[in-house]
Ligand binder design. Sequence first.
Ligand code: PBG
Length: 333
Amino acid sequence: MDLTYRPRRLRRTHALRSMVREHSLSASDFIYPLFVHEGSEDQPIGAMPGSRRWSLENLIREVSRAWELGIRCVVLFPKIAEELKSEEGEECFNENGLIPRAIALIKRELPEMTVMTDVALDPYSCDGHDGIVSQDGVVLNDETIEHLCRQAVVQAHAGADLVGPSDMMDGRVGAIREALDDEGFEHVGIISYTAKYSSAYYGPFREALDSAPKLDSTKLIPEDKSTYQMDPANAREAITEAQLDEQEGADILMVKPGLAYLDIIYRLREESELPIAAYNVSGEYAMVKAAAEKGWIDERAVVLETLLSFKRAGADLILTYHACDAANWLKEI
Ligand code: PBG
């Protein structure tokens, strides 16, 4: 055949392919989510094989292992004892709570590791919502934000480098920025869960924290989070959310979940100059693990291909439970 263009010329050898490769992964792209609990033994999480609820002592070991592998940021999620949960989730701003202690410990042992937090009420709420639920079943916006501001300030005080509001209340980024600045934490950044969808992919995470919405006979509890998290049918709305977060002072924008929302990552990349993070969530992790356990897919190849797809879509950072495995595999390539 008389062909001028033969794209296969540049695919012919390993060396040529590596020369024209457009995107790559590195361990410093990853943010590693870790679950902590009060106990002294680690606990397995059924739907998330390979992940655990870490004891504080073993948490430090795992964070050190991540650092050795080149991972530069961890995000912490607490499993709060049932007796500490309340309707308004006040435990979230307890200075001696599990998260402030975990942050302080990491900062003492590994001061260079970037510590990110989650700002929302759900691990602390007996109703299992990210905000305060009124008697008639409304998730209250402005009242919730007061608690979130206190929570973010307590986390910053304990040493957090980045706070991550994941609650989707309107106006929370601006309010948290102001609260942090008022307390002298101008240097603490906000990584905002900007486009967070009301997604079934969070199932395993809610099992890990026992934080799913709980129906109650004394009060009306919304059974899902669709009055504050975004409708999976909407894309333009993500741009509005991004513009608001940017105006309110977010430092990094996040899209969540990742895989089913690559178009949203791409759109935000086009719309904003801020760094973009993608959250490869618990349900995405569970699906890969389940298929790999059955021998139906090649876990390593699928994970690296998936993580690369977030970079190709325009993400700078990836929150992923595969972080340590992926960092190990990248060393072998
Ligand atoms: C809570 C929060 C959730 C996740 C991160 N922060 C769950 C939710 O909104 O119900 C999900 C993470 C995952 O599924 O991996 N605000």
